[in-house]
Design a protein around this ligand. Sequence first.
Ligand code: AP5
Length: 219
Amino acid sequence: MRVVLLGGPGAGKGTQAAFITGRYGIPQISTGDMLRAAIRSGSELGAGARILMDAGRLVPDEIIVGLVEERIAADDCANGFLLDGFPRTIPQAEVMRARGIRIDAVVEITVPDENVIERMGGRRVHPGSGRTYHARFNPPVTEGLDDVTGEPLVQRDDDRESTVRHRLEIYREQTAPIIEYYEQWEKDDPCSAPRVSRVDGLGMLDDVRERVFAALDPG
Ligand code: AP5
């Protein structure tokens, strides 16, 4: 199964990605997590990405496409992968299509802006793995610590409300049109196009999970 998971900041992509990867036995490829790992490593790429990410802006297409192409060539992607946060612009989607990288399903998780702002204020992450919690909606067993490693959780630098609002704008301008791009492709050439679905991201985590699974396995 090759899946693209779309959705604005805080829509719950990372949270649902954990369920999807468990069900299908495929790796999660989060371009956001890859960039944060580059920042932590102190690389030149990470230094450049940090400035853009902290401002809520996108990292240039050519950098991201290179990272993803290298990652999906790895052995653990032989049976599929979950792309979380990629593609994020029409040019990124076009490059994938031009290179013949087949995708089975595209799922967009939708959540109203005000719920996103509330979610981001309480989000805590485990930097090493990208595991995501929420102080109220999805708390760790021990406050402030990752359930698996026991290491401290942190708040992301780009989760400030003003930055989140800017990320929401960028999503509407540059990423949401990708859904129409895939829908048009589905109309023009249903045999090669991915199946496109929109899923309501509001409600309990498990309810959203069932909606996502239903979109991936329409039966
Ligand atoms: P990235 O890390 O991909 O961030 P994002 O897409 O903005 O999404 P988030 O990780 O913020 O949210 P999410 O949807 O995963 O939500 P989560 O599950 O954590 O990208 C960051 C930056 O990197 C970008 O701004 C850009 O600069 C750069 N970048 C990355 N990819 C790029 C690309 N392809 N091209 C160019 N630049 C790129 O959930 C949020 C919170 O809500 C959590 O606390 C969670 O516990 C909680 N929650 C989840 N589900 C529910 C629910 N049902 N009810 C209540 N709370 C819930």
